[in-house]
Design a protein around this ligand. Structure first.
Ligand SMILES: Nc1ncnc2c1ncn2[C@@H]1O[C@H](COP(=O)(O)OP(=O)(O)OP(=O)(O)O)[C@@H](O)[C@H]1O
Ligand SMILES: [Mg+2]
Length: 307
């Protein structure tokens, strides 16, 4: 196993710009001293359909430390959602296993909170009702559930909206409620599958900052899937880069951008260097995949060129 916690034969390479920053190196040393909360061991998932077998994941292994923020990126169809559905206990692996705080995951549990891209709030419940739902299911009295729900709603900045229904909220507000609802059950890990994918660019930036603030205030580890490289760099301590066909670990990289993060860092040398590194990794993984080539069919008059 290497220092990144990868239990596979991927070599660990310390990026040169990380070596140059003692403060960042010290932060990663601190992270690695924290207990391992999530262990994914040689996870393989093969889907069998009527006509064929399709390997969605092959031998995926990595570890996440307590209160780490790990983003997962990779091309569409490389198995990101399959990976986190297995971690969530919503799906079983063909082989391999997932351990959460040392215990094998076999089914969904309140130690994992989920937030998805689609808005999944109960439309017939108010904001408060949505956040109270899981607390009531966990057996808490109405009075206690209401008190706790109010604290989580306050944390996501929606106290003024506790009595409104989801259709009266913007997309960003709905996702803030979804985060409050997921955190209300005190999960050990918050699993997010492209939670800001449907939001406009400006709301998305605000949500990223909100999420970092919430993460600082709550004892929770975050596993966050995104297609957006800048989002991954802005949020993550480490980024798990998956390749496709079948889904496998390309690399798990340290993000050398100091915290606390702010929009000004989007142009910092460490940010841009990480982006370059991710692009190189993704292109490398694309190069070995089957690419779809479009037929050369012309539907405009000859000479009517746009380039
Ligand atoms: N229930 C299923 N039955 C058969 N094949 C499946 C099933 N679920 C996923 N797959 C296949 O497994 C592969 C990985 O799918 P998955 O949804 O995990 O990818 P993804 O990385 O999340 O993609 P995207 O970025 O588009 O969300 C895909 O080829 C998909 O078609
Ligand atoms: Mg997906």
């Amino acid at each position: 196993m290497n220092r990144n916690g990868i239990v596979s034969d991927h070599p660990f390479r310390l990026p040169s710009y990380l070596e140059q920053s003692p403060a960042v190196a010290e932060r990663f040393a601190r992270i690695r001293q924290r207990p391992v909360i999530l262990e994914v061991e040689a996870l393989t998932r093969v889907f069998t359909t009527a006509s064929a077998k399709h390997a969605a994941l092959r031998e995926v292994s990595f570890r996440v430390h307590r209160r780490e923020f790990v983003c997962v990126i990779g091309p569409s169809g490389c198995g990101k959602s399959t990976l986190i559905r297995i971690i969530a206990g919503l799906e079983s692996p063909t082989s391999g296993r997932v351990l959460l705080e040392g215990k094998p995951v076999t089914a969904p549990g309140s130690d994992r909170g989920m937030v998805f891209q689609g808005y999944t709030l109960f439309p017939w419940l108010t904001v408060k009702g949505n956040v109270m739902f899981g607390l009531r299911v966990a057996g808490k009295s109405d009075a206690l559930a209401e008190r706790e729900a109010r604290q989580w709603i306050e944390l996501v900045g929606l106290s003024k909206f506790e009595n409104v229904y989801p259709h009266q909220l913007s997309g960003g507000m709905k996702q803030r409620v979804a985060i409050a609802r997921a955190l209300a059950n005190s999960p050990r890990i918050l699993i997010m599958d492209e939670p800001f994918g449907a939001l406009d660019a400006q709301t998305r930036c605000q949500m990223q900052s909100h999420l970092l603030q919430i993460w600082r205030q709550v004892d929770v580890t975050v596993l966050f899937i995104t297609h957006d490289l800048d989002e991954a760099i802005y949020l993550a301590d480490r980024i798990l880069v998956l390749g496709a066909n079948p889904g496998h670990v390309e690399e798990l990289i340290d993000v050398p951008v100091p915290r606390p993060r702010g929009p000004e860092q989007l142009l910092a040398p460490s940010f841009l260097a990480t982006r370059q590194r991710l692009e190189a990794l993704i292109h490398r993984s694309h190069a070995v995949e089957e690419t779809v080539s479009l037929p050369d069919i012309r539907l405009t008059a000859v000479g009517d060129d746009v380039e």
